[in-house]
Design a protein around this ligand. Sequence first.
Ligand code: NAD
Ligand code: IPM
Ligand code: MN
Length: 349
Amino acid sequence: MSAYNIAVIPGDGIGPEVVAQGIKALKKLSEITGLEFKFSEFPLGADHYLETGELVSPETKSDLANFDAIYLGAVGDPRVKPGVLEHGILLDLRFSFDQYINLRPIKLLDERFTPLKDTAPEDIDLLVVRENTEGLYCGSGGFLKKGTPQEVAVQEMINTYQGVERVIRYAYRYAEQRRGKLTLCDKSNVLEYAHDLWQRVFTSLGEEFPGVEQDHILVDAMTMKLVRNPEIFDVVVTCNMFGDIITDLGAEIQGGMGLAVSGNINPEGVSMFEPVHGSAPDIAGEGRANPTAALLAAAMMVEVLGHPAAADKLELAVNRALQLNQTTADMGGSLTTSQVGDYICSILE
Ligand code: NAD
Ligand code: IPM
Ligand code: MN
């Protein structure tokens, strides 16, 4: 029987509340399927940082490298300057483990959940493949004459051939398994170097995937089309920054931040699964956080570990709870975070 060592990073704010539901559900899934999960908690986040000054130590990183997967809640805390925990923990882990694919499915379960009018589940079913290690996120740049009226702040957007090629290739392969359409979302009309590279790689790799229809959209038009014609998208491949922005919009059209999932994948290494949402300090500690995204992230983890049938069981139970209104206030329900977790465990079969 398969057994997996999962590193758990609950993090800050609502992170621990939603991750606890995911672990509960994985334990139940284990009883049903015989899959074994052994959880080891890493207390990274604001408290740990404020107590020790440490974000992720080199020792912690070498420990994490021995796990089968990482399950993360969220980081970010009002007591810590914005960016410190986000860069120092979340992005550092994505980069250190070379999790170059960020998989973000956007799927509408029921028309009640979307703020878009006359939109049915078959209209919203896309997968964003976001580049996850380069672009504007790589921290390249600096200040000149900081704090003076002559200040210069440079933030560089790094695109390597290798980085662009591997994410686009992965997206083509995914498109082959889905409805056979891949859309490149970029800003090639302005970013004439960076996105020229993306365009060339997209076109030339396309020759290896004759069964996949190629489409292209500029990112500003993408936001418009996601609202007006989301049905035109199947798989969308895009750079790090645009992927961040369009997937929050994607989260809203499928029902909100409480539902959206994010898999940071290194197909050859340790992958990390998390909700798209952050630590939501405005509702932390109140039992109001929707655990759906964290539960679906756990399901994605099970799938990537090689057990799609078990992942389906969890996803089905989560979806059933949503459809039966057994959910938190953000979705119109009246349950607490842990009541939703309990309910999902009770119908998992
Ligand atoms: P957020 O996603 O934390 O919250 C945005 C809004 O959505 C808030 O009103 C929040 O209450 C609501 N919300 C989010 N998740 C919810 C859930 N599960 N159930 C119900 N409502 C939910 O984004 P933000 O407010 O911009 O950021 C807060 C902090 O989180 C910041 O420090 C930010 O840097 C950090 N952040 C971390 C991650 C991550 O760790 N992956 C992602 C995004 C933001
Ligand atoms: C996300 C978050 C992160 C990102 C932040 C917290 C660094 O917004 O996972 O979408 O920009 O990737
Ligand atoms: Mn984001």
